[in-house]
Design a binder for this molecule. Structure first.
Ligand SMILES: [Zn+2]
Length: 77
């Protein structure tokens, strides 16, 4: 008589907190990266949690974001 879905939410929540992938895939991150960086430049208080979570967990995208930021600020290297 036990409905397994009743006991799952806590476990699902834990896995969501541990695993950043439910937020964005690298493809989705890349799609939004230029917009995110542009917004961040215009408004330093701009926050996009899903992007931040992905960038903090994904070195490849974080590097890309930094490169984009440099590009937009007109700095070479
Ligand atoms: Zn990524």
């Amino acid at each position: 008589m036990t409905d397994p879905s009743v006991n799952l939410p806590a476990a699902i929540l834990d896995s969501l907190l541990l695993d950043t992938s439910p937020y964005l895939s690298c493809d989705e991150c890349f799609d939004q990266l230029d917009i995110y960086v542009e917004r961040l430049r215009q408004d330093p208080t701009y926050r996009d949690v899903s992007m931040q979570v992905h960038l903090s967990a994904c070195a490849a995208c974080a590097e890309e974001a930094e490169a984009l930021m440099d590009l937009l600020s007109g700095r070479a290297g």
